[in-house]
Each structure stands twice: as C-alpha cells, then as structure tokens.
Design a protein around this ligand. Structure first.
Ligand code: ADP
Ligand code: MG
Length: 664
C-alpha cells in the first residue's frame, strides 16, 4: 500500500533513473505525482470503423491484419501493415519501430487508434490486443506533460500502479471530514482524474480538487484579515489628504468615466486614512484601470512618497512606464531592474516585474500596485519583513467575479469596480473560421493594411514550438506560423515574432519595433493576453481557439480595437465537437466578460476536457474564478468545516499562491 507521503522511489516500476527525472520536476512523493493532472485526454473510448477514419480526429477501431512488411528508407526503417474490417482496408505505418512486428501478427485482430495522413494511411497508430485491459486505447486516455523525460506509456503505468494501491487517512479525505456534503471520495476523485470512464468524471474530479483549493483560500483570507486588523494601526504610510478640486490631475488627456471617478474617490479616501489600504480594483478589459491606479499613485508621489507598480511581464512593465509618463509628465517615473534602483528622494513611481520586487525594501514604498490582470489571487510577494512601513496595497484585475462572491471568498479585501467602458469603444467584430481559410484571411489582412499601413495584426498561437506529444501535433506554434506567414507575405509586410523564450534583448527589440510601427504582423503566444495596450492593433487572429477558455479569448480580443477604429478578431478552429463550436460561436456574439464567464461556467465539461489544461493562468492550480457556483459552495462548506479534523490535501504555496494582497 502507498500513502500520499510515500517516496516515489518506493513505488513499484519507478527505478532510480525515473525517480531522478521526476524529482527534477518537483515530484518526490505520491501526492506530488497524483496532483499532477493529465495535460489533456484522448477519447479512445468509442469504437469506429475504418471507413470513418479522417484527418482531423483520432479514431479507435478494431481491424484484422492482412499483411505486414518491414523495409528501410534511409535514414529510417519503416514498418507497415494493412488492416481490414467490414467497411474497408487501410495501410498503417510506423517509423523506426521494429517492436511493432513482435506485437502484431497476420490474420489476428487488434485495437488501433490513429488518424489519416494526407496520403491516406494511418501513421504511428497505437495498438492494443482486443479485450486486453489496456491503458493506452479503447478508453479515455490521459496524456501527461511531455516534458517529463519519462515516456507517456510508462507514466500511465506508474499512475495506474499508484492508484491501484493507494490508501488515504480519514482526515485527508474531505468526503469523510464532511460526510453530509455528498462529496466524492478522494480515491474515486483521483481515479476520475487519471483514468476516467467518462468526461463527466473528469469534470467532477476537477471540481472536487478545486473545492479543496478554494477552502484553503478562504482559510488564508480569514487569517490575513485577522492579522491585518491587529497590525494595521502600526506603521501605516503617511496620511495624504487630497482636495476635491485636485482629485484628477490636469495632465490626463481625456475625460474620465463616472466609474473611474468613483474608484479614484475610493482610493483617495483610503490614502487619507491612518491605516494601509488593502483593495482590489476590478474592471473588464479596456475599462481603464491604469489611469485610476495611476492617479492614486500620483497623489502619493505629490506628497513626496514612493509607489511601486508591479507588472506580470516585462513587456507590460515597459508599457506601464510609458503610459504613466504620458499621463503624469510632472512626476518622476522609473523602471526598476535588478541593475538599476532609481533614486527617488523626492518621491516617484517605480515600475517593475515580480522578479525585481525584492529590491523594494530599499525604496520603502508607500503603496504597491499589482497589475495581476485576471490572474489575481497569486503573486510573488516582496519579502515584506524588511519594509519599514506597511504599504497600501492595490491589485488590478479583470477577473469577472460578482462583487458579493468576491467578498465571500476574500474577506480581507475592499473592492472598487469600474463597471463602464470609456465612451466611443466599438465592439470588436468577431468571426469563427476554419483553419483552411487561412490564405483568404492573409489576403484580407493585406488589403486592410494597404488601406491604412499603420494597422497592425496579431496572430496568436497556443505553442512556441511544434509539439510531438500525442494529440498535440496539430496545434499551431509561433515558430511554424511565423515561417509560413513570412513566406506568404514575402517582403510586402514586416512580420515579427514574440514569445517568452526569445532572449530578453530580442523581446525588447520586437516590442520597440511594434510600438514604432515597424512591424505589421506579430506572431505570438498568449503573452499578449496579459494586458498589453497596442493602440494600432486592428486585427487579432487566434489559432486553435478551441484550446483557450472564453476568459482567455476575451483577454486576447481585448488587445485590439483600443482606439476609435473598428477592431476584428478571427478565431481559427477546426474542432468538430458540437459543444466547442457552440462555445466559440457564442464568443463571436458576446462581448461582456461577465457573460462569457457565466457561459463557460454553465457549459463547462462536455467537450472541454480535451482542450489544453488552463490551470495556472489565473494562478490557481485547480479552481477557476469563473466557476461561481463552486465558489459559493466552497463558502457554505467552509462554515461547516471543523478544521481540527481536516488535514488539507493541497498546500498553498506561500511564495506563489499567497492571497492578494498581503502586504506583509
Ligand atoms: P485595462 O483596464 O484593461 O488595464 P487600460 O488602463 O490599459 O485598460 O486602458 C485601455 C485604454 O483606454 C488605454 O489606451 C487608455 O488610454 C484608454 N482610456 C482609459 N480611460 C479612458 C477614458 N476615460 N477615456 C478614453 N480613453 C480611456
Ligand atoms: Mg491593464
């Protein structure tokens, strides 16, 4: 029997080499392994016929081998077999896989999973014996991250071994701590997640772990609130009073919306109190959060104090720097890097990323603003012990959570909401298109650009490099698309690429070129999702749109149409799942973040589990801010929870998933 704490070295089938590979990825015990959920699942549970094989979706079928051959075409060996059923026959091909010849025999039938290549054969199909209790086909099959260094098949066997022999204590299993809540047993939950029989089981399993995570968050929030109440009287930042007529700095070039003004009022009231602010500023994409937070910062700086703005990416930090400089030309605003700690004796704003936040204490900020976008709830906090004063803390987020729910989870926070977009915003026209219409799209882009050369086009791909992980081979990658697009446009348009693996200097150059209008087409990962404001971006295309949650798509779409010009968003997807089509179709018509979140909520599940795991995008491992129902359920359950009997399965990583904002 294994326990959650059992070291992986003790698991049957894990040798020293594998244990080493796993431990390099942070897996040392059974718990670590089990909480690493499959990246996605392949549905090999429904059997089809040879005549139904197609190029788009993997199909599982039973067929009889009628011939086998093995030949060399340097540099590789090719194994091939012809297989028939009552609807037809098809050729199978494997490369450098002589083992397959030991596995299959002429005249016998097997279960095959694969899809048709352009040439009409099935390349590298997975094979299992008929009736064999297979982990790899004839069922919903888990696919774990390819970066393991351990083969996918081996991993599946390890998970099976662990799950078949696992025991958990009563206090580790919420279904036993809270027997009246109808929760699924922990062992079942883990089985659902790793070896589901149906899609519904995956959804159930994920919700069960999400619930655990939310309960931990609530507990943490309560703790922070209690500590905050004790501490807030001490060492607060200097009180700054702002006269009503000075509320809005004259240098802001546009009229603020009512909602923006109300939020500024709330922030300014906070800095006039003799205790630190602990507030979250919520507003949909493009609502204009920057100027609101910036105005509060401005008033502190005018009083001679320092404010730090922490951005999730360097790109965004650079952008905030420019934005703030143009909004508030009369105060000092500097970039904070590891090499350069600006001298701000007379007060000023420093902008940096989480990485540089550790330098903060030397600056002794009166306020820290976290631009978390929709990934709030988590952040690398400053090692705040060194801070002499407890700074005001403000977090900006686009997470569409209703106020009441937010407050039930985050009892330690005050809330400001910008519930109105600046006037004159046009809705971004959104279309759903098939992947094979790409050339038409490029031609249209070229036409748009000819009409007005300043127009920029963003092309978003899920991956940086092409993947050879099962089921991922057809997902667009920046590197591949970049080459294709460059070839298409020749010298007519300048194409750039941007992703997190480029060298820092290269990234900065691309951004600079982009803002200078030297690049017309940018191929990128969802890195652009995170709040970058590109005023000239007119069109955004998203490849494999089915791989993104609606909230992410909404964020990405928010990158265009940010000035008075009509913006366009084109979703490319060849998904044939009805649920996915419906989801994307709905996205083309709906432009309110909250409605999209609600839709994802009520339609979660069916069809979605075969997409990419989205966890981590909002800083949570399992829970999702858009699952409002689960959030309110967590709140109710928490009230029933006898903490003394509960030994949480999960841990909140205090470095990466501490609650926003803690300011200590
Ligand atoms: P977000 O809330 O998504 O962070 P930003 O702060 O980046 O949004 O603002 C989006 C864009 O809207 C920026 O280009 C900004 O200059 C502009 N903007 C913000 N407030 C107003 C306003 N009241 N009137 C006109 N434009 C505004
Ligand atoms: Mg923003």
């Amino acid at each position: 029997m294994y326990r959650l704490s059992t070291s992986l070295l003790e698991v049957k089938g894990i040798g020293e080499k594998t244990a080493q590979d796993l431990s390099e990825r942070g897996f040392s015990c059974v718990r670590d392994l089990l909480l690493n959920l499959p990246l996605h699942y392949l549905d090999r549970s429904t059997l089809g016929k040879i005549s139904e094989l197609n190029e788009e979706r993997e199909l599982t079928f039973i067929g009889e081998v009628t011939s086998i051959s093995n030949f060399y075409r340097r540099p590789r060996s090719i194994q091939s077999a012809t297989v028939k059923d009552d609807t037809g026959r098809v050729k199978m091909m494997w490369f450098n896989n002589p083992f397959i010849l030991k596995k299959i025999q002429k005249g016998k039938s097997y279960v095959f999973s694969g899809k048709l290549s352009a040439k009409g054969s099935v390349v590298q199909p997975v094979v299992a014996g008929v009736g064999e209790d297979s982990l790899h086909t004839g069922r919903i099959v888990p696919v774990y991250s390819g970066s393991f260094g351990v083969k996918v098949g081996t991993l599946r066997r390890i998970y099976k071994e662990v799950l078949d022999n696992l025991a958990v204590d009563g206090d580790q299993d919420l279904s036993q701590v809270l027997p009246d809540q109808g929760l699924s047993k922990l062992l079942d939950t883990l089985e659902y997640l790793h070896f589901p029989e149906t899609e519904e089981q995956v959804v159930l399993g994920k919700e069960r772990l999400a619930l655990e995570e939310l309960l931990l968050l609530i507990r943490k929030s309560n703790q922070i609130r209690d500590e905050w109440q004790k501490l807030s009287a001490e060492n607060h930042p200097p009180v700054v009073k702002v006269k009503a007529e000075d509320l809005v700095p004259k240098s802001i070039p546009y009229a603020l919306t009512k909602a923006q003004l109300r939020c500024i009022d709330e922030l300014v009231a906070d800095i006039g109190e003799s205790k630190p602010m602990n507030r979250i500023l919520i507003g949909d994409v493009g609502a204009g959060k920057t100027v609101v937070a910036g105005t509060a910062a401005y008033h502190l700086v005018k009083a001679g104090l320092v404010v730090a703005l922490v951005a999730p990416t360097k790109i965004l930090a650079a952008q905030h720097l420019e934005t703030l400089k143009s909004l508030f030309p009369d105060i000092q605003i500097e970039l904070l890097t590891t090499k350069q700690i600006p001298d701000l004796k007379k007060g000023g704003i420093v902008v940096g990323t989480h990485k540089v936040i550790n330098h903060l204490f030397e600056l002794n900020p009166s306020m820290i603003i976290y631009d978390e976008q929709h990934r709030f709830g988590v952040s690398h906090r400053s090692s705040g012990k060194e801070l002499v004063i407890k700074p005001h803390t403000l977090t900006m987020t686009a997470t569409p959570i209703p106020r009441t729910l937010m407050l039930t989870i985050f009892s330690h926070l005050d809330l400001s909401v910008i519930d109105e977009l600046p006037p004159g915003r046009m809705v971004v026209e959104t279309y759903l298109s098939k992947q094979n219409k790409l050339d038409d799209f490029y031609a249209w882009v070229e036409k748009l650009n000819k009409e007005q050369p300043s127009r920029q086009i963003l092309i978003v791909c899920p991956f940086i490099d092409p993947s050879d992980t099962e089921g991922f081979t057809e997902i667009a990658s920046v590197e591949t698309e970049y080459e294709k697009i460059k070839a298409f446009f020749k010298k007519r348009l300048v194409v750039g690429k941007l992703h997190s693996r480029l060298k820092k200097a290269e990234q900065e150059q691309v951004i600079a070129d982009l803002f200078a209008g030297k690049i017309q087409v940018l191929v990128t990962t969802p890195i652009v999702e995170v709040g970058v404001d590109l005023p000239a971006a007119t069109v955004v295309a998203i490849h494999n749109a089915e791989r993104f949650g609606l909230a992410s798509l909404h964020q990405i779409r928010g990158r265009v149409g940010r000035r008075d010009e009509q913006g366009y968003c084109v979703l490319f997807s060849s998904s044939r799942t009805e649920a996915t089509k419906k989801r994307l179709q709905m996205f083309t018509k709906e432009h309110r973040g909250m409605k999209l979140a609600e839709f994802d909520l009520s339609n979660r599940g069916a069809g979605d589990i075969f997409g990419l795991a989205q966890s981590g995008e909002d800083g949570l491992r399992f829970a999702n801010w858009t699952n409002l129902e689960l959030i309110s359920m967590a709140r109710k359950i928490y009230n029933e929870l006898n903490e003394k009997k509960w030994s949480p399965l999960l841990k909140l990583n205090t470095k990466e998933s501490s609650l926003t904002p803690m300011a200590n």
